[in-house]
Ligand binder design. Structure first.
Ligand code: BG6
Length: 489
């Protein structure tokens, strides 16, 4: 395909190589890029994990993962073999010193020392510092090395600082790529194009014309096999502190001078720094937290969160927040952010509601224009307009939706968000990765909310699995005369 270019030869070392993320996302994403002919034949992908496996056994696991997580029509036997031939494996307890590191060193010594090396940390984040130290100890950090850090970068500011310091001792910031896979999603990247390449949008993109913004990421899945992790995290840490705040930044930021990484990141940072703090005193009016109880999702009975967990818990599986960006552009515009597990529908979207026209010409006030950026599923852009009702002779308005589906050539599905990001690290393009100061600014805003919740300033609500969340979330908007998008349908 002409628009995808092959990257230069590289060595990709994945720590946490037997884990769920590697099997479900990373290996399938790399296979897909090889299928698109972006990965040169002499690239190496080396898995590293504690599990005692030889290369053959790891390759067998990788083959199973491709078969399990990719549609069969894209798995051609020849390509699968070509991909698996790129794989290697070392048994390694990456947080400890030891002779096993020599095996990794020997594999890397087979290729040119100036090749791009990407170290992908898909392990528990508290190990990131230790792995970096060992990479340094064994002389494996070269000038062309990069490290990709999976989320979560900490569970609060102190742990985030410890992780960033631990890695930062051995890798300069420009070699650190903090991944947020929402930034790899097509519609999320499209926010900038839509805003800044379309004067029509750009001219209307401020409090003068915009009444409110909603950012939603709802999933029908529960905590799946990840309850142990999820219960230490919760909806705010898992989705809002990173993914949804990043989306908010792209919606709210001032135009960057260019698409150069630091220009975009500076503009995002300015938004994070302008977020109005939520405190113990305001948390009860600005935030809602809840847990799902038993219910029906996609026609199936599913248990409640506490039943799944088998113990009491104060972890939220739903969070909704009314955020304010205190800049002149956004004065008085609420940004509603919410995320849910076990919601009635899987949907991620950005909904911009414009102020209604002030005209009295048509009798009743015209409906607000509403722009919906569908992140997933059905990537696209929808705009609600007022038009004359053709069924009536009198001048009566009704609404009509312009619906632009954004598709790949030939109707192919979009690449998974990991695909582009994994190769951006090889290309050395950090624009879709998060800089340290962004992570810290996001924690600075999120931590007081978590504290208020910890101190029970906001009661834990419940919602039935398969519903759209608790009643209190509806009230969060009602004060401004707003409703959540699905309720307005
Ligand atoms: C991950 C969270 O970062 O994002 C998961 O840890 C969540 O809990 C996932 O399910 C959602 O990603 P997507 O791409 O399916 O919206």
């Amino acid at each position: 395909m002409e628009h995808f270019q092959q990257v230069e030869p590289f060595d990709y070392v994945i720590f946490g190589a037997t884990g769920d993320l590697t099997m479900r996302k990373l290996l399938p994403a790399l296979y897909n890029r090889l299928r698109m002919d972006q990965i040169p034949d002499d690239a190496c992908i080396i898995g590293a994990a504690r599990t005692e496996l030889d290369r053959e056994a790891y390759v067998a696991r990788a083959r199973d993962a491709l078969e399990r997580f990719l549609p069969s029509d894209i798995l051609s036997p020849g390509l699968v073999e070509r991909f698996l031939a790129r794989l290697d494996y070392v048994t390694l307890d990456s947080s400890r010193e030891g002779p096993q590191w020599e095996n990794l060193k020997a594999l890397l010594a087979k290729t040119q020392p100036d090749r791009v090396r990407v170290y992908y940390f898909a392990t528990a984040p508290q190990l990131y510092g230790g792995i970096s130290e060992n990479l340094h100890r064994y002389g494996l950090i070269t000038p062309t090395s990069r490290v990709v850090l999976e989320k979560p970068i900490g569970t609060d500011m102190a742990t985030a600082t410890a992780i960033n310091d631990g890695v930062g001792q051995y890798f300069p910031e420009k070699q650190i790529y903090r991944i947020d896979h929402y930034l790899g999603k097509e519609t999320v990247q499209n926010v900038l194009a839509l805003r800044f390449a379309n004067p029509l949008m750009n001219a209307a993109w401020s409090a003068e014309h915009i009444e409110s913004v909603q950012i939603t990421a709802a999933e029908t899945v529960g905590v799946e096999g990840r309850a142990a992790y999820y219960d230490t995290s919760g909806a705010l840490r898992d989705m809002i502190q990173n993914h949804l705040l990043q989306v908010l930044c792209l919606v709210a930021m001032e135009a960057p001078d260019s698409l150069e990484a630091d220009a975009v990141r500076n503009a995002k940072l300015a938004v994070l720094n302008a977020l109005r703090p939520i405190t113990d005193a305001t948390a009860a009016t600005e935030t809602v937290r809840a847990q799902y109880t038993a219910g029906v999702v996609d026609g199936e009975n599913v248990p409640g969160y506490l039943e799944e967990l088998g113990k009491p818990s104060a972890t939220e599986t739903y969070a909704a927040i009314r955020a304010w960006v205190d800049t002149p552009r956004w004065k008085g515009v609420p940004f509603y952010i919410r995320t849910a597990k076990r919601s009635g529908r899987k949907v991620s979207e950005i909904v911009i509601t414009f102020r209604p026209a002030a005209t009295t010409m048509f009798g009743a006030t015209p409906a607000s224009n509403r722009l919906v950026l569908r992140v997933q599923p059905n990537e696209g852009v929808e705009l609600r307009l007022n038009v004359k009702n053709p069924a009536l002779d009198v001048y009566n308005l009704h609404t009509a939706d312009l619906d632009a589906k954004i598709r790949m050539e030939g109707g192919m599905p979009f690449p998974d968000s990991y695909e582009r990001l994994l190769l951006d690290a090889v290309r050395g393009d950090p624009v879709l990765f998060i800089r340290r100061d962004e992570v810290e600014a996001a924690w600075r805003w999120a931590e007081p909310i978590l504290d208020a919740w910890k101190h029970d300033k906001v009661p834990m609500q419940t919602y039935s699995a398969g519903s759209y969340g608790p009643e209190q979330a509806t009230r969060l908007l009602a004060g401004h005369g707003d409703t959540w998008h699905e309720a307005a349908e």
